[in-house]
Ligand binder design. Structure first.
Ligand code: NAD
Length: 299
C-alpha cells in the first residue's frame, strides 16, 4: 500500500522506516532536507510539499512538533487538504484536543477523515514497533487503519469524539512530566545525603517508588549522563501547556501540573528547548551543588 508520511524527526523517521520495512511504498516530506534525505536513502519516495504527498497517497500519516506545524501541514497554502488522492489523515503528533478538533472539522469539508493517533513509548518504542497508539476516530475508520498502525505498535481505541485521544495522551504525558521531575528531585536529595544514585534507582525499582523515569530514563540517559533519550525539553513544555489548556477549559484543578509546568519552563529557558528532557535534573543538581553520578560509573 502507498502511504504518505510528513515529519521525519526523532519519532517520524523510525516510524516511516518501519513502514518501508513492512513493504509499504512511503511518499515522504519534511521541511528539513536532511531529514527527508535519510528516509529517501532507505527507499522512501521524496515529495516536494504536503500537498504533493496528498496527491500521491490516500492515507497520510504525520508526526509533527507543534499544533501550529500540524495546522500548516494539513490546511496551509500547500497543505494536505489540497491533495487530489488523500482520503484519511492520521496524526501521530501531540497537538491537544482543540487543534485536533479544528483539523477534523476543516478536513471533513473535503471528505478527508481525520484520525487522531498520538503515541507513547519514545524513540525506542518507535524503532521497535512497540508504541502505544491512542486512537480517536469513527470506529469504521479505526478498523480500516488498524493493521497499518500495528506496524508501529499497539493501537488502543479511545472513542469517536474528535480529539479525545489527544486528551488521553496529555493525561499520560503530564504524569510522565511529573514523575521525571519528582524522581530527579528525590535522587538529588539522596545524593546530597551521600547515597549512590545507581543504588537508589535499583531500590526504587524494587519498591513502591518505581516510576517510568526510574525504570527507563535514569538507567538509559541520566546515570550515564548521556542525556540523549530523544525527547526535547521544548516538547515537554508544549505538552504541559496543552494539558493545562485542557484542564482550565474543563474547570478542573491542576495545582500539580501548574507547579511542574513552571519547572519545565525554567528547564527550557536555562538549558534550551532543543535540549533532551532528561537534562531537567541539572536544575536540581545546580540548586543542591551535587552531580548525580554513580560511584561505579566514575571509576
Ligand atoms: P522532532 O522535532 O524530532 O521532529 C519533528 C519533525 O517535523 C522534524 O523533522 C521537522 O523538520 C518536521 N517539521 C516541522 N515542521 C514541519 C512542517 N511545517 N512541514 C514539514 N515538516 C515539518 O519531534 P519528535 O520528537 O519526532 O516529536 C514529534 C511529535 O511526536 C511531537 O508532537 C511530540 O510531542 C510527539 N512525541 C514525541 C515523542 C519522543 O519521544 N520524541 C514521544 C511521543 C510523542
Amino acid at each position: 500500500m502507498t502511504v504518505g508520511f510528513v515529519g521525519l524527526g526523532h519519532m517520524g523517521f523510525p516510524m516511516a522506516r518501519r513502514l518501508i520495512e513492512a513493504g509499504h511504498a512511503v511518499v515522504a516530506f519534511d521541511a528539513h532536507a536532511a531529514a527527508l534525505d535519510r528516509i529517501v536513502a532507505l527507499g522512501g519516495d521524496p515529495a516536494s510539499s504536503p500537498r504533493d504527498v496528498a496527491d500521491r497517497a490516500e492515507t497520510v500519516l504525520a508526526s509533527l512538533p507543534t499544533p501550529a506545524a500540524a495546522l500548516e501541514v494539513t490546511t496551509g497554502p500547500v497543505g494536505l487538504i489540497k491533495g487530489a488522492r488523500i482520503r484519511r489523515y492520521v496524526d501521530l503528533s501531540t497537538v491537544g484536543s482543540r487543534t485536533a478538533a479544528q483539523i477534523h472539522e476543516l478536513l471533513a469539508q473535503r471528505d478527508i477523515v481525520a484520525i487522531d493517533s498520538p503515541v507513547s513509548g519514545g524513540v525506542r518504542g518507535a524503532e521497535k514497533g512497540a508504541l502505544a497508539l491512542m486512537v480517536s476516530a469513527p470506529r469504521t475508520a479505526f478498523d480500516e487503519i488498524k493493521s497499518l498502525l500495528q506496524t508501529l505498535g499497539r493501537p488502543l481505541y479511545v472513542g469517536d469524539k474528535p480529539g479525545s485521544a489527544q486528551t488521553m495522551k496529555l493525561a499520560n504525558n503530564i504524569l510522565a512530566a511529573n514523575v521525571l521531575a519528582a524522581t530527579a528531585e528525590v535522587v538529588v536529595m539522596g545524593v546530597k545525603s551521600g547515597l549512590d544514585p545507581a543504588v537508589m534507582i535499583d531500590v526504587l525499582n524494587a519498591g513502591s517508588g518505581a516510576t517510568s523515569a526510574s525504570r527507563d530514563k535514569f538507567p538509559r540517559a541520566i546515570l550515564p549522563r548521556t542525556f540523549d533519550y530523544g525527547f526535547g525539553t521544548g516538547l515537554m513544555v508544549k505538552d504541559v501547556q496543552l494539558y493545562l489548556e485542557e484542564a482550565h477549559a474543563l474547570g478542573v484543578t491542576a495545582d500539580l501540573a501548574e507547579a511542574v509546568g513552571r519547572l519545565w519552563e525554567a528547564a527550557a529557558q536555562q538549558l534550551g528547548p532543543e535540549s533532551d528532557f532528561t537534562v531537567v535534573i541539572k536544575l536540581f543538581e545546580a540548586a543542591a551543588g551535587v552531580t548525580v553520578e554513580s560511584a561505579d560509573l566514575r571509576t
